[in-house]
Design a protein around this ligand. Structure first.
Ligand code: 13P
Ligand code: SF4
Length: 302
């Protein structure tokens, strides 16, 4: 382990590389990362950093977004198969169909989507900026892809707009059930409930706070409460406990695990960096179209 860590440090210097990690990856990866954050923070930081090589410890859409926004940089994924299934749950034909049906429509795309889908949408959002961005859009009708749960949560906050939903979902969050939340509340009656907006509206209805991974960490850190029930992927517990060693955190069920994020290991980080493998490639036609929705997100989220 010690050897692996010094190998990664040495390779980083040699290659002028920086390691970015999402809050859902394994603890030891978050520990060695130069920057850890939610999807919005990571997409921003990837653009701003001077290093030309980014090792992205997250799932494919995250590396792809970094490459689309910074095409001159090399983006390496430690594990080529770490992909988010929800990113594939939107259809170009359906987007075209909805565009024909509605005037005054904006297609709003969660960043958890493929580069191909991003070519056909008007703006990207993440869970931390979706509300602000959709609110600021001049269009009355919003087609929200791919996540129906995040779409419905945003719609519940913006009754002045009309939403059309897609049927995508994240299995990790969608499978958190309200009866499991009720059981957790009964077991920990003093705990505050903090959930991600990829959870269902029923679960969201039982929460004290709804927000992105960073939002959940910030809320728990600032709160006077000592106990929290957490409705998102278990990797977030590393930062929650690091920031709040005296507070207690509980899951709602024992399936809050994203198998794709968990595929990334220290060995894979070292191997990918050493050999320059699993580089993200986005063809020029896709990039020049997809970048518009991502740049619009960065602009509107400011
Ligand atoms: P955040 O943007 O809140 O980090 O969420 C990313 C994600 O994949 C949630 O499942
Ligand atoms: Fe995708 Fe869900 Fe994993 Fe997030 S937790 S990367 S939405 S599968």
């Amino acid at each position: 382990m010690k050897e692996l860590l010094s190998k990664i440090e040495k390779l980083k210097k040699e290659k002028n590389a920086v390691i970015l990690a999402h809050y859902y990856v394994n603890d030891e990866i978050q520990e060695i990362a130069d920057y850890v954050g939610d999807s919005y923070y990571l997409s921003k930081v990837a653009v701003e950093l001077p290093e030309q090589v980014i090792v992205f410890c997250g799932v494919t859409f995250m590396g792809e977004s970094a490459k689309i926004l910074s095409p001159q940089k090399t983006v390496i994924m430690p594990e080529a198969l770490a992909d988010c299934p929800m990113a594939h749950m939107a259809a170009i034909d359906k987007i075209k169909e909805v565009r024909e049906k509605y005037d005054d429509l904006a297609v709003v795309c969660y960043i958890n989507s493929t580069a191909e889908i991003k070519k056909y949408v008007d703006v990207c959002v993440t869970s931390s900026n979706a509300l602000k961005i959709v609110k600021a859009l001049p269009q009355q009708n919003i087609y929200f892809v791919p996540d129906q749960n995040l779409g419905q949560y945003i719609a519940s906050q913006l009754p002045e707009k009309q939403f059309i939903f897609n049927d995508g979902y994240c299995h990790v969050h969608d499978e958190i059930m309200i009866d499991e939340l009720e059981e957790a509340k009964a077991a920990h009656p003093k705990a505050k409930v903090l959930v991600h907006p990829e959870c269902t509206m029923t679960v969201i209805g039982g929460a004290d706070y709804v927000g992105s991974t960073s939002g959940i960490i910030d809320y728990a850190t600032a709160s006077d409460a000592d106990e929290f029930i957490i409705g998102t992927e278990i990797g977030i517990f590393y930062q929650l406990k690091k920031n709040n060693p005296d507070k207690k955190f509980y899951t709602i069920n024992n399936k809050q695990i994203c198998p794709n994020m968990k595929k990334i290991s220290l060995g894979k980080v070292a191997y990918a960096l050493e050999n320059g493998i699993n580089q993200i490639e986005v063809d020029n036609e896709t990039r020049t179209k997809a970048v518009l929705a991502l740049e619009k997100m960065l602009e509107l989220a400011k």
